[in-house]
Design a protein around this ligand. Structure first.
Ligand code: NAP
Length: 298
């Protein structure tokens, strides 16, 4: 099968399309014929060697942690899913290929296109986890820092569903995007505490940080570091904020149910063929894609 791989760490140019053996599912896994897969900051950091701990690569890597497609093989001990089902979820062994193995998945709602589904698992799981860890309830107010990104957009929608009032930070050109997802936008330039207190005079009940910047200001806004949950600042726990990185897979079914009723959507900012993986990585690397970047297959 065709797969995008990198044989050494480096810029987007190290990505190439190789012919590789097809994978086959192990216990509890399914194989899909991939229709689309998301490109995430995680993949970009891996390709650049920023997750290697300085160690050399052992073997070529197929990037990607999420994909959508049609099940074409079942591993042992798989129940509730059949060959021919359309599913989306988390891959093992890479996503940017004609076939991929899913270890955690949900059925793709008919109303969600394969391209949207390819970019749904990671943002849905991460946003759901962040909100769950904040423990907010209906009527609370939340600040989402990085509200225009993939995870941020998912968080705005899930918080709205939970009856939470949301303020979201974004670049000036993404203010309307944030508003369209039911949140009150503001920019992330210095002075954020002053702007947030004008928008939420009674304060906020939690802060979800997807941007990894302005930690001091976020803690000032929350008035308590324990009310700040971050997915992008891995030193934040040193000052009492909470870092979250352990996945919570039940979120896939929850988000599929919301997507089925039109209450959760994925905004695909750009899609590329497998052969254009370098361009997709370069766009994600800007940190300003404005939504999901997806590779389409076939
Ligand atoms: N720990 C975990 O489990 C986990 C899981 C998923 C993702 N992550 C991490 O979470 C981060 C966000 O992921 P994503 O997929 O949502 O990325 P993304 O789609 O690239 O979104 C980036 C967001 O950050 C904003 N931003 C960019 N530069 C900024 C700055 N200088 N100050 C404040 N905000 C800025 C962008 O706003 P504008 O575009 O409007 O400028 C956008 O809202 C990444 O670092 C990723 O690795 C962690």
């Amino acid at each position: 099968m065709k797969a995008v791989r990198y044989h050494r760490y480096g810029g987007p140019e190290v990505l190439q399309v190789d012919e590789v053996p097809e994978p086959h599912p192990g216990p509890g896994q399914v194989r899909i014929r991939v229709q689309a897969c998301g490109v995430n900051p995680w993949d970009v950091k891996g390709r650049a060697g920023r997750r290697s701990g300085g160690n050399p690569m052992k073997e070529p890597v197929i990037p990607g942690v999420e994909a959508a497609g049609v099940v074409d093989e079942l591993g042992p001990a798989v129940a509730g899913t059949a060959v021919g089902d359309a599913v989306f979820g988390f891959t093992v062994g890479g996503a940017a290929a004609e076939y991929a193995l899913l270890a955690h998945w949900a059925h793709t709602p008919d109303s969600v296109s394969p391209v949207e589904a390819g970019g749904m698992a990671q943002v849905a799981e991460t946003a759901s986890r962040g909100l769950r860890e904040l423990g907010l309830k209906a009527g609370d107010t939340l600040l989402v820092h990085g509200a225009s990104g993939g995870v941020g957009q998912a968080a705005l929608q899930l918080a709205k569903q939970a009856g939470v009032t949301v303020i979201g930070t974004a670049s000036p050109h993404n203010q309307e995007l944030v508003r369209s997802l039911g949140a009150t936008p503001t920019t992330y330039e210095p002075g954020l505490p002053t702007r947030v207190s004008a928008l939420a005079p009674h304060g906020v009940d939690g802060v979800f940080d997807t941007a990894g910047t302005s930690l001091e200001e976020l803690i000032e806004i929350a008035e308590d570091p324990a009310r700040v949950v971050t997915i992008a600042n891995f030193t934040a726990d040193a000052v009492g904020a909470r870092v979250t990185s352990v996945p919570y897979y039940d979120a896939l079914d929850q988000v599929a149910a919301l997507a089925r009723t039109g209450d959760f959507t994925v905004r695909v900012a750009a899609s590329f063929d497998l052969a254009e993986a370098a361009a997709a990585h370069a766009l994600v690397e800007t940190g300003h894609a404005g939504g999901k970047v997806v590779l389409t297959v076939g």
